[in-house]
Design a protein. Structure first.
Length: 287
């Protein structure tokens, strides 16, 4: 069993510490093409699923002992591992919990992601599209929900939040490294591309013409009317901005607009909850 090395980083004001901390801001991320992964769960998945993208791993001595599997997996992958004092790790990130990774940003294009998914495919596609979603917690939670539901791709369309924002990365709980995430593509372009890949495009909106439960009732059925979307087929769900939802022009891009039924007194569901319900409905129908 590898011995935990002695502390090598002890100065919280060192240049390296400042360079790592700067990655919490978008200018430094854009300049260096790197981002932060904070906390044991996210770092564990980065080391396990994307070791070639991990530039440096930082741990306190206590964290290296507690999360020995991360430390040993990083060594086995040949990664650069640094042990620092708690003060150094806190200076790099107050949310690191003693474990932090600097990761190279991999930004697949939409064409690359869809092309890779098409190779040897034998089951329907499931895609989550976020249209101008600005809240990092919501964006990260939808990525995590999409991963859990077995979705194939997430797209942050239009002026959505930066996928490498630290709050987005933390909210994904490692799911960012489980499925492709594309960003910066206009919604109309996304719709054209996923439709060309065989997906029907469903917009989630409280004023939708179709009820999600009713679509589940007829999913995959031979007698389903042609005008009724089939949740068992390849589907791209479009979810709108937290405050404004989808505007009329965005809804018109979709093949159908679907509402999640509200049976209680709640006015509505928040974005991440509605997205989770819709994605799981498609996942169940596709199975």
């Amino acid at each position: 069993m590898p011995r935990i090395p002695d502390v090598t980083l002890a100065n919280p004001r060192a240049a390296r510490v400042k360079q790592v901390r700067a990655l919490s801001g978008r200018p430094a991320r854009s300049q260096h093409g790197q981002f932060l992964v904070e906390g044991p769960q996210g770092v564990r998945e980065a080391v396990r699923c994307a070791p070639s993208a991990v530039r440096d791993l930082y741990l306190t001595e206590a964290a290296a002992q507690r999360y020995r599997e991360i430390y040993e997996a990083a060594l086995e992958a040949g990664l650069f591992v640094h042990v620092g004092t708690p003060e150094v790790l806190a200076a790099m990130s107050p949310d690191a919990q003693g474990v932090l990774a600097v990761v190279r940003a991999v930004r697949p294009t939409l064409a690359e992601a869809l092309g890779s998914l098409a190779e040897g495919r034998r089951r329907p596609l499931l895609v989550a599209v976020l249209a101008t979603v600005r809240d990092p917690g919501n964006a990260g939670t939808v990525i995590r929900a999409a991963d859990a539901a077995g979705a194939d791709l997430v797209v942050l369309a239009g002026e959505s939040v930066d996928v490498h924002n630290p709050k987005v990365v933390r909210s994904t709980a490692g799911s960012l490294f489980h499925l492709p995430v594309v960003s910066g593509v206009p919604l109309a372009e996304v719709v054209r591309a996923v439709r060309a890949s065989g997906c029907s495009v469903l917009a989630a909106d409280g004023a939708g013409d179709h009820d999600l439960d009713e679509l589940l009732d007829v999913a995959g059925a031979a007698g389903r009317p042609a005008a009724v979307p089939d949740l068992a087929a390849s589907t791209a769900w479009v979810f709108g901005n937290e405050a404004r939802g989808l505007d009329e022009a965005d809804r018109e891009l979709a093949d159908a607009v679907v509402r999640v039924p509200i049976r209680g007194a709640a006015e509505s569901l928040n974005l991440a909850t509605a997205a989770t319900v819709c994605l799981y409905a498609s996942s169940r129908a596709q199975r």
